[in-house]
Design a binder for this molecule. Structure first.
Ligand code: APR
Length: 390
């Protein structure tokens, strides 16, 4: 086995691992990122696209905000629609904006910056395994191209997503996971067609939720609700557009431009939170610790917030003579924010989706939507949560 030593081993090169790595590079804290997949595979994953202000600030602080500031679209609000009614949620109520900028671009910017600064990422590493994280001498093993490696370190950052290895390495009596699965998912299309509107819309339709979203002025991202267990093989772009147009409010159908699918995918809607987020010298960050339904656009933002917080703890440790203060509070501080974002994502999902065949549920949704339409207090609460709690 080939052995080496670094200060921090980051497992996973998604947005959380890359942002943490970028901050560590800036501070000169020695580290390595170990990633299961290839760089191209990571870049090819189409996911989130709305950034909260704290995320935008973190990316700027990490020195990767230049293209985001140039190309990102400012989102000053969104529409909630039902029947022939709508309410505009104005972010001006909380003096904030959100930024539309795809996760693939965030990932690409972070990868480019890492390359330019000479950061080391081992892609296509298999059998990655954290060891001895409950001691002061943790280490990580992995295999690559038939060779076996061991890296000793001070800390392990588990940034390896919901299906990663770090959470699974924790003894079951030391971790508690709260899971909630909705009985439906989203069918999504990505297409190079101008968006229906630059104002994103969440639409409650009797037959199920749909959403008009975008990645740029020329690239649209549309979704609608499908039952759990739906098979993507049953769908193609034509079938998608037909069902999407059928559910669209009449006021929007004229503006729908259709085209070939760049990508189509199915996303299950579920929440999961694992507590705590720290196990000795190993920390869980981002999707490794929690996932949310995409309805509130929170997943990427939660991952970035965790990565920033973990970095603050590591910076304190290395700059202040081994002070563990912020690392000791990392889990509690992160979870306090995480649960609020999980709640908002769960609430937005309940408000906008067909929950069951019982018409009572929809009457409750309509009553709540009508209340939101008449209450500036309710609109302010939504804007505050959507734009990101500080
Ligand atoms: N060993 C090494 N790397 C791994 C392993 C493993 N055993 N398992 C998974 N990985 C890698 C994945 O290939 C992926 O590149 O860890 C990375 C985790 O990245 P993400 O899943 O993107 O998670 P995160 O960085 O926390 O970002 C969360 O991504 O899932 C979306 O909506 C979510 O936008 C949010 C964001």
């Amino acid at each position: 086995m080939e052995t080496s030593r670094t200060q921090v081993v980051i497992i996973g090169a998604g947005p959380a691992g890359l942002l943490l790595g970028q901050f560590l590079l800036q501070q000169g804290i020695d580290h390595i990122i170990i990633e299961l997949r290839s760089a191209d595979y990571v870049l090819g994953r189409v996911r989130a696209g709305v950034l909260e202000e704290p995320t935008v600030r973190a990316l700027r602080e990490a020195g990767v905000g230049e293209r985001m500031d140039r190309e990102g679209l400012k989102m000053s609000g969104f529409n909630l629609m039902w029947n022939d009614r709508q309410v505009h949620i104005n972010f001006g109520l909380v003096n904030k904006v959100a930024t539309v900028y795809g996760q693939t671009k965030v990932t690409e910017d972070l990868m480019d910056a890492r390359k330019a600064k000479g950061g080391i990422t081992e892609y296509e590493a298999s059998n990655v395994q954290p060891h001895d994280f409950d001691t002061s001498r943790p280490w990580v093993s992995y295999e690559k191209e038939g060779r076996q490696f061991r890296i000793d370190c001070d800390f392990i950052a588990g940034c390896d997503g919901h299906h990663g290895v770090t959470r699974k390495s924790v003894p079951s009596d030391q971790i508690k996971t709260f899971d909630y699965a909705f009985p439906f998912g989203w069918l999504a299309i990505l297409a190079d067609v101008p968006p229906i509107s630059e104002e994103v819309a969440w639409i409650n339709h009797t037959d199920g939720f749909l959403m008009c979203s975008l990645r740029s002025k020329t690239r649209s991202r549309y979704y609608f609700q499908v039952p759990k267990g739906e098979d993507i093989k049953n769908w193609n772009a034509d079938l998608f557009w037909t069902e999407y147009r059928r559910r669209l409010p009449a006021s929007l159908t004229d503006r729908l431009v259709t085209g070939p699918a760049l990508e189509m995918s199915l996303t299950p809607l579920s929440s999961s939170v694992s507590t705590p987020m720290r196990f000795g010298r190993m920390f869980l960050t981002g999707d490794a610790a929690h996932i949310v339904p995409p309805t509130g656009a929170k997943g990427l933002n939660m991952a970035m917030a965790d990565a920033k917080r973990l970095f603050e703890g590591l910076r304190q440790f290395y700059n202040d003579g081994g002070d563990m203060g912020l690392l000791n509070t990392y889990s509690d501080d992160s979870l306090s924010r995480v649960w609020k974002a999980v709640r908002f994502s769960w609430w937005m999902t309940n408000l906008s989706h067909k929950l069951s065949d019982n018409p009572f549920n929809r009457e409750m949704q309509i009553a709540e939507l009508e209340y939101i339409a008449q209450s500036v207090a309710a609109q302010t609460t939504i804007a505050e949560n959507f734009c990101g709690l500080d």
